[in-house]
Design a protein around this ligand. Structure first.
Ligand SMILES: Nc1nc2c(c(=O)[nH]1)N[C@H]1C(S)=C(S)[C@@H](COP(=O)(O)OP(=O)(O)OC[C@H]3O[C@@H](n4cnc5c(=O)[nH]c(N)nc54)[C@H](O)[C@@H]3O)O[C@H]1N2
Ligand SMILES: Nc1nc2c(c(=O)[nH]1)N[C@H]1C(S)=C(S)[C@@H](COP(=O)(O)OP(=O)(O)OC[C@H]3O[C@@H](n4cnc5c(=O)[nH]c(N)nc54)[C@H](O)[C@@H]3O)O[C@H]1N2
Ligand code: SF4
Ligand SMILES: [Mo]
Length: 920
């Protein structure tokens, strides 16, 4: 079959089937140009005079179709990417890729891409655009920014995509170069921040997110953890080739697994114990585990006494731990234990005074007042959570819970718990990592072989490439105390300060009311906020009040159509340069092609700063001078300057100073042998810290693990140790409620236990075909997963009166959407599962706003109170809905492979090319 007779339609059907097979098996590569493999001609074979495959150049790179950064080999022929495959040098993916990454060519050359900067003509929301030059675009933005800057820099709001942004902190740099403003991201308080702040603050090591690549332990094949608990995480779908693959390999070698997840995921299917927890009840589960471990004396007492703050005495009035100077028995840096030798309180210094005999469990009289050990406070806190009560609240089986805890405890201290995003997405987002830290501390599961808690260096530094200017100490560009304290919502939710973020609902309130000030301009660098943000309708209404909105993205989305005044075409990952540290290896992402006028978002921010500097903006001028910028490095005017910065940063790990071209020659490469990297963390707390000559301990205030989370309480009162002081060194006024040191279970605000109008509880979780709002315009992916499935239990299906494949309505107190019924025992009765979706095919219809409304779970989610006190988290998972039968699919939604033909790239399509430049 020749290309001339091949229709887009018949190509799609065959190629898509191959892609589906690949997605299911996580296969290592997909030939995208060999007729023999797909039984079909493919776009890149078009034209009789194509050179043969041997002439393709093969380039090492790193995928960025999701947050995972898997190593890839990119085949480029005649200036065109013709194939991508996994790179075996990556220790995490070991040569695998997932369907999203393999679809890279369809994304890169997608006919639906935005090609040039555009400005709106006509009404906002009218979807009429005019092409402009990069110069006009940047100058217009800079003029608008100067106007804001002169009034009040805080009126600027900028945002990014959490999962999608390889250069997350690039936006913080920008705000520092601008001199103020608010930053938000729809993940953040709802993704990773609660774990990433709470866990290291309390365990003194790392967070334990397999889905954020911070659990290095699972990639080492020489040893295996005894038992891995995957708690609200689903690596086989959220990290198919890396975390998912690694867990699978370890399971085959004998690692036991427990999965705590309402959905019967591939990881649940292979688990030794699956606990289908009711969405939103994980704190009850954690407290149930803690009580079982304590009541059955399964914990490691010697470890708890020496390496945790559990023997320290609690000042019941302040909820903080006593320091020895308060009782006049020692130094301010010492804590207080009850010493069994003297039967009296004693100062416990660091390192541990082994002549003392601290009592772990007890209540004593100290200073004329009752005082419990932190251990006893933990025990009291979980006293009500018997297995039966835990089972009743979490909708799990008591015997299964017991089996799971036992499995985990029997494997300790070589077991570990990996937390996922699920528990970040409801009001108890800080309390779950707190509860899990208690469990891990009791068992001594830290810095031993097999643990998820480790203290390795150089893990995931890549995420922070564009450090804020003040990351390693104040610079002249650090935000002032005034800027920090005026960020919207951060006094109340101080955990946000850890990422220098503002609170989304508080930003919306400021937009709606002008209090405490009126935001006026929004620059967004991400995908489709209207599909990703909680309570999307209210977000849209608030955003409409902005005077000027800029959206940077690769494709038009409903955010661009409904809200933007200007849209900027950004680069796909194959057009960007970056690096990724993967365990002991640096991968290098190379800009293998440049199409149309697409620009790496990093450079767009740089150009804006440059234009501000030209307009006499003081901080912007400083940002081009290395003197003012600290480790973060100055801004760049060209992509080559930027790549020079990347090269300098990566080559430091090798003790070298390479240019970008040298990096391209030498990377990817190991900066440390894998075994050394892995074992560097084992028993590291006992090893001597060369600076102090003392044991290293854990990186907390007490040098021990701190399951009694007084650090949280202190954060709420002052901003430190996690909040403002971590980045900015300021003391902030207290929040209106105390952040409690121990996790109490709160029933979700909308509960299936008492909601008669909306009787079911809805939750979400990843599917391997999409990354957030991406790839809904990529035919391969839409063929595999054309519309969102609504999972219902057979019992529920009967109740509702639906059958497999029926269309349905899912409705909450905030909105009504559609989905397609999938009946399965893999979800409990009364629980509904549906993943996020939006429909780019509707952008061309008479009513483009239907594109984000008809199937978007974020029409249903809840961005009003109650919020998590520490981080301001709103509710994306675990709220109530009703489900009813619908007669048909929403009008105009594509469900059949052939319908996606307009989005198929052809090799003959024009691609433009070369670097776009901004010439001030
Ligand atoms: N209901 C519900 N809502 C959720 C979630 C949920 O589970 N349920 N999950 C939440 C979570 S965990 C997260 S992290 C957020 C994610 O939601 P967002 O943060 O809005 O989504 P992203 O896809 O990360 O947005 C970033 C986009 O940037 C694109 N991108 C990559 N490089 C560039 C670039 O250089 N420039 C530009 N402009 N774009 C680029 C990526 O393709 C990606 O689409 O959604 C949250 N929303
Ligand atoms: N394919 C794909 N991969 C991705 C992403 C993507 O959008 N698509 N996004 C990336 C990003 S930004 C993130 S944050 C990670 C997240 O990666 P994971 O943490 O693995 O996230 P999810 O699959 O969203 O959620 C994990 C599991 O939580 C379950 N769950 C739902 N509600 C609850 C609950 O109340 N309690 C418990 N214990 N479990 C619950 C869901 O069924 C799901 O299987 O994935 C990353 N990788
Ligand atoms: S998991 Fe993510 S980074 Fe890896 S191949 Fe898939 S899309 Fe690319
Ligand atoms: Mo996320």
């Amino acid at each position: 079959m020749s290309q001339a007779t091949l229709t887009r339609r018949n190509f799609l059907m065959v190629a898509g089937a191959a892609a589906a097979a690949c997605a299911a098996t996580g296969c290592s590569n997909m030939e995208q140009q060999k007729p023999a493999d797909t039984g079909n001609d493919q776009p890149s074979e078009a034209g009789a005079d194509q050179p043969s495959e041997e002439e393709a150049e093969i380039i090492h790179s790193s995928c960025r179709a999701c947050i995972s950064n898997c190593g890839v080999l990119v085949h480029v022929r005649n200036g065109r990417v013709v194939k991508v495959e996994g790179d075996p040098i990556d220790p995490m993916s070991k040569g695998r890729m997932c369907a999203k990454g393999l679809a890279a060519i369809q994304a890169l050359y997608n006919p639906n891409r935005m090609k040039y900067p555009m400005k709106r003509v006509g009404e906002r929301g009218g979807n009429e655009w005019e092409r402009i030059s990069w110069k006009e675009a940047i100058d217009t933005i800079a003029d608008n920014l100067m106007e804001i800057y002169e009034k009040d820099p805080m009126k600027l709001v900028i945002s990014t995509g959490g999962g999608g942004n390889p250069q997350f902190f690039g936006l913080h740099r920008f705000l520092q170069a601008f001199g103020g403003g608010n930053f938000f991201e729809p993940g953040c308080a709802q993704c990773y921040l609660p774990r990433m702040c709470t866990q290291p603050m309390l365990n003194g090591c790392n967070d334990t997110s397999i889905a954020d690549s911070t659990v290095g332990e699972i990639y080492y094949t020489e040893t295996i953890p005894s038992c891995l608990v995957m708690w609200g995480t689903d690596p086989s779908q959220s990290h198919v080739p890396s975390g998912g693959r690694a867990v699978n390999d370890l399971r085959m070698k004998g690692m036991k697994t427990v999965v705590i997840d309402p959905r019967f995921t591939p990881d649940a299917a292979k688990a030794d114990v699956w606990l289908p927890v009711r969405p939103g009840t994980d704190v009850a589960m954690a407290n149930g585990w803690t009580r079982y471990i304590i009541e059955n004396k399964l914990y490691d007492e010697a470890w708890c006494v020496k390496w945790t703050n559990l023997p320290f005495l609690v000042n019941e009035e302040t909820m903080l731990l006593y320091h020895a100077d308060e009782l006049g028995i020692g130094e301010a840096t010492d804590y207080v234990v009850w010493d069994a030798n003297t039967n009296a309180p004693a100062a416990m210094p660091w390192p541990q005074d082994d002549s003392l005999a601290p009592v772990l469990d007890g209540e004593f009289e100290v200073d004329g007042k009752k005082s419990r050990t932190a251990f006893r406070a933990v025990w009291d806190n979980c006293a009500e959570w018997t297995l039966e009560h835990t089972a009743e609240i979490t909708w799990c089986d008591a015997a299964a819970i017991e089996e799971a805890v036992k499995l985990y405890c029997e494997g300790s201290p070589h077991s570990g718990i990996g937390l996922g995003v699920a528990t970040d997405q409801y009001a108890q987002s800080a309390q779950v990592p707190e509860g899990v830290t208690i469990i891990e501390s009791l068992m001594g599961n830290a810095c031993h072989q097999g643990n998820t808690i480790q203290s390795r260096k150089n893990q995931s530094l890549g995420t922070y490439f564009l450090f804020p200017f003040n990351l390693f100490g104040p610079t002249p560009l650090s935000p002032t105390e005034e800027v920090v304290s005026r960020r919207l919502g951060i006094i109340e939710h101080k955990g946000l300060n850890y990422w220098m973020a503002s609170h989304i609902p508080t930003i919306m309130e400021a937009m709606n009311t002008g209090e405490p000030y009126q935001p006026e301009m929004w620059i967004d660098r991400s995908g489709n906020k209207l599909a990703m943000i909680g309570g999307a309708s209210t977000f849209l209404e608030a955003m409409k009040k902005m005077k000027f909105i800029v959206h940077m993205y690769m494709y038009p989305t409903t955010t661009s159509v409904e809200l933007a005044d200007m849209i900027l075409p950004t680069a796909e990952w194959l057009e960007t340069a970056y690096g990724a540290d993967r365990c002991n290896v640096w991968l290098i992402r190379r800009d293998v092609v440049h199409t149309f006028e697409h620009v790496d978002e990093t450079l767009i921010w740089s150009w804006i700063v440059s234009a501000l500097a030209d307009r006499g903006h003081k901080e912007a001028q400083m940002a081009f001078d290395p003197e003012n910028c600290g480790v973060a490095g100055p801004y760049w005017k060209t992509y080559d300057e930027y790549k020079g910065y990347l090269a300098g940063f990566m080559s430091k790990s090798f003790g070298e100073e390479w240019t970008w071209d040298e990096c391209c020659e030498k990377l990817p490469a190991e900066f440390m042998p894998m075994e050394e990297w892995i074992t560097s963390s084992y028993e590291s707390y006992e090893k001597e810290d060369p600076e102090t000559g003392l044991p290293a301990g854990f990186a907390t205030t007490s040098h021990r693990m701190e399951p009694y989370a007084e650090a949280m309480t202190i954060t709420g009162r002052t901003g430190g140790p996690s909040g403002a002081s971590f980045w900015d060194n300021y003391v902030l006024p207290p929040a209106s409620v105390d952040y409690l040191p121990l996790p109490h279970y709160e029933e979700p605000a909308e509960s299936p236990l008492n909601d008669t109008e909306f009787p079911y509880v809805l939750t979400e979780g990843r599917v391997p075909m999409y990354h957030h709002g991406t790839l809904r315009n990529v035919p391969w992916m839409r063929e595999m997963y054309p519309v969102p499935q609504t999972w219902v239990n057979p019992v529920t299906a009967k109740e509702i009166g639906v059958e497999e494949g029926d269309w349905c309505f899912v409705e909450s107190r905030r909105g009504k959407i559609q989905g397609r019924i999938h009946i399965t025992e893999g979800i409990a009765p009364k629980v509904i599962y549906q993943e996020r979706f939006w429909n780019p095919e509707l952008l061309d219809s008479d009513d483009p706003s239907r594109a984000w409304k008809v199937m978007n779970v974020n029409m249903l989610t809840k961005n009003d109170k109650p919020y998590n006190p520490e981080f301001g988290t709103y509710t994306l998972r675990g709220f109530t809905v009703k489900v009813t039968k619908a007669d048909a699919a929403p009008e105009g939604v594509w469900t059949q492979p052939a319908e996606f033909a307009p989005w198929l790239p052809e090799v003959t399509d024009e691609t433009g090319g070369g670097y776009a430049v901004y010439d001030a």
